[in-house]
Structures are given as C-alpha cells and as structure tokens.
Design a protein around this ligand. Structure first.
Ligand SMILES: [Zn+2]
Length: 245
C-alpha cells in the first residue's frame, strides 16, 4: 500500500514540478538525471586522460620549473574545457552547481562519474591509492553545504572503487573569491593555505588530487608542494574543467 502511495505521490510531484536540466532548463525525460543528454553531449571534452604531455601536464611542468620545486608528479587531466569559446555548457553547470540559488552537489557527482566512465581505461587512474578533494575552508563549506570536489571524487569512486581521503589535506584559512585573479596574485593568496595532517600516512602513496576547475594551477600546486617532504608520495591531478584560453 505504502509503495503504491509513494509511486502515486512521485507521479503527482513529477507533474507539478517536472525535473529540468540543470544547464538548459529543458524538461528531463525518464532516463535522464539532473543534466539532459544534449547538454552532456555539448560538454567539450579535452581528451587529456588519454593524451600524454597534455595541457595540464605542461602547466604543472612549467610551475615546477619556475618554482624549482621537486615534485613527484605522475599525470594530470581535465575532463573538459571551461573557457568562453568551448566551455559554456560546463561553465553553466559548475556555476549553477556552486553559486545558483540552489547549489546542487549532484551535478558534480554526475560529472565525476561521467568522466570516470568515459575514460575508464585511461592511465590516469592507474595505481592511485586515494582520491583527495581540494578542501574548502569551513566557512565556505557551511555556506554552500558541500565541497564540490568531494562530490566529483564520489562520482569517480563509484565507478573505479578508489577510496576517498578527506582527512589528511586540510585548509588553514579562508581566501577571497579569486576566479578571475592573475597567477601572481593567486600564488600569494594560496600560500600556506593548506597543511597535510599525519603526512607519514601518505608515504609511498599515489594521490589523485581533485578539484572542479584548474585555471592557473596555483591552488593545486600549493597542495602538491606540501607533499614534497613525504618520501615516495606521488601526485596526479584531475579537474572537471580547464579554464584555458
Ligand atoms: Zn540540458
């Protein structure tokens, strides 16, 4: 009886409040969830996960060179473009997911899962011991209610069964909203922003650091630099979007 009622109430709710695509607002059909299939198809993939020495690898190679940092870097990838020319659909999804009137973690979960499903055989995930989301400061976390990077990790983890580690890498203080700042400003902004607790537990581990968007790479690079004293700790990076022009 209760299952009939819940089926009926779901059907009524669906008529009263049809689910709409988080990107384009069109009504979703039955097999679609949160994002419609046309919008998913319109996301411009970078194919980084299967391209050695891709744009993200080059970006981190430059950062290592310019800062003379000795980092055990393995591989990096962004799932799709996030710039004005080729990244409008992803931008719209990420902005609505984070800043809209109803921030929606499901968008990040679904996109993380999609990336893992599409590139399931890519070297990027090989021998990764833990997925580590770039942490949000606690005040931003309270405000939004979730860390989008953690939801991306959940999506990836559901496909690839790699554990998620949210306990070792922590953020020390808040910094201002900085998506448009140039690299130097960002570098100062993120200096000493992160700390690794119990670093010995990352010895001989391969960590895949995950964020929603890579712009200058400064935020992730600050996280990565904290791993340099940890013996045998190897780092790869992944983001949904690459804000490259
Ligand atoms: Zn759509």
């Amino acid at each position: 009886m209760s299952s009939i009622l819940s089926t009926c109430s779901r059907a009524i709710l669906e008529v009263l409040f049809p689910s709409c695509c988080a990107a384009c607002g069109h009504k979703l059909v039955q097999e679609e969830q949160t994002i419609c299939s046309s919008c998913l198809a319109a996301i411009t993939r970078t194919e980084h996960a299967i391209i050695p020495n891709n744009g993200i690898d080059m970006l981190f190679a430059e950062l290592m060179h310019s800062e003379k940092a000795h980092i055990r870097y393995v591989h990096g990838a962004a799932f799709a473009y996030y710039n004005r020319e080729r990244g409008q659909t992803l931008r719209s999804l990420i902005e609505k997911g984070k800043f809209g009137p109803h921030p929606n973690p499901q968008i990040f979960y679904l996109l993380g899962r999609l990336a893992a499903q599409e590139y399931i055989d890519a070297d990027l995930w090989d021998n990764v011991d833990a997925l580590v989301p770039v942490p949000l400061h606690s005040s931003r976390l309270r405000q939004r209610g979730f860390n989008q990077a953690e939801y991306i990790c959940r999506g990836i983890s559901d496909v690839l069964h790699i554990p998620i580690d949210t306990t070792h890498l922590v953020r020390t203080y808040n910094n201002s909203h900085q998506s448009q700042s140039e690299f130097e400003k960002r570098k100062d902004n993120v200096k000493d922003l992160f700390v690794i607790l119990h670093p010995e537990e990352w010895k001989k581990k391969h960590i895949l650091l995950v964020d929603d968007v890579i712009t200058s790479g400064a935020t992730m690079f600050e996280c990565i630099k904290k791993t340099t004293p940890i013996r045998g700790c190897w780092i790869s990076v992944f983001a949904l979007g690459w804000a490259h022009n």
